[in-house]
Ligand binder design. Structure first.
Ligand SMILES: [Zn+2]
Length: 294
């Protein structure tokens, strides 16, 4: 019996990383505004209570201190969407000490605090760049203790994917105005994301015996600015409704323990599976991007 037929909807939370915008070095404010506003309006239109994770360096490196980018983020909050910390400069925790990493987290707070406090809110969620949480237990524990002490909850990801590869291919096709290729990439992106959804649904059922609320990671790219409506339709077609981070994390599956560590940046479903002793075959069938995208 499908979830739709049973009247029970599955849930998915959208999280959007590398905010305000993945600009590929294009510092044109109109270009950045177009991407940001398009993503925001699709989220609002589809009633998706998304959370965006910000790298403040992108804002503060601007000559004017990132005035227009701050305005964009203020509008995001006013639209009922959430923001969290994704560090200041997107360091790789596998390559820096806990001390360096945590100071980068703190450096990523001032603008977020300013914007959130205007709406009576405070920073609640942290998302690890590259999903690297610490390659050893002691390093991961040190970071967890820091996050707890500073009032953060970790924002896990269950639907990990290579949207950034599609986004880069799309941007390159867009640079040369190859509209046929752009359409092909967009079509293949949605198809790939649907396969990823089905894969992590199966993994969820294999591990928990049911479909847990999924947490999707995508990036604030041109590709997602153009294809977010299609993405939303695909999840709806598969019987999903959109949930915020708080709601997703209330599911007891998210209390599962991670006890195995490595340099990997992977789905939390995979972390829980590895931690519970799952091996080899369990992880088979993870969809990959087509060769021309890679
Ligand atoms: Zn990131």
């Amino acid at each position: 019996m499908s979830t739709v037929a049973s009247g029970q909807k599955s849930q998915i939370c959208f999280s959007i990383d590398d905010m305000p915008v993945v600009s590929y070095g294009i510092n044109d404010s109109n270009y950045q505004k177009m991407i940001f506003n398009s993503i925001m309006s699709s989220l609002v239109k589809n009633k998706i209570p998304a959370i965006g994770f910000v790298n403040e360096r992108k804002i503060r490196k601007e000559a004017d201190g990132g005035r227009y980018q701050k305005e964009l983020l203020k509008n995001w909050i006013k639209s009922g969407l959430e923001l969290g910390n994704h560090t200041y400069s997107h360091p790789d925790f596998n390559n820096v000490s806990c001390k360096e990493y945590t100071s980068d987290i703190l450096k990523g707070e001032p603008i977020l605090k300013e914007i959130l406090s205007e709406s009576g809110k405070s920073i609640k969620y942290f998302r690890h760049p590259f999903l690297h949480v610490g390659e050893t237990k002691s390093k991961a524990d040190s970071l967890d203790a820091f996050l707890k002490e500073h009032g953060y909850k970790v924002a896990p990801v269950t639907i990990d994917n290579d949207d950034y590869l599609f986004a880069l291919a799309y941007k390159k096709a867009s640079d040369v105005k190859d509209t046929i290729l752009m359409s092909r990439i967009g079509f293949d992106y949605i198809d790939y994301m649907e396969k990823k959804l089905h894969f992590y649904e199966r993994q969820s059922v294999a591990l928990f015996g049911r479909k847990i609320p999924q947490i999707l990671l995508i990036h604030a790219s041109l590709l997602n600015a153009v294809y977010l409506d299609s993405l939303a339709s695909m999840y709806k077609r598969n019987g999903y409704e959109f949930a915020d981070m708080d709601t997703a994390l209330r599911d007891e599956a998210y209390n599962s323990k991670v006890t195995s560590y490595g340099k990997w940046g992977i789905s939390w479903i995979d972390r829980w599976a590895i931690s519970s002793g799952k091996k080899g075959d369990f992880f088979n069938g993870d969809p990959v991007a087509p060769d021309y995208i890679k």
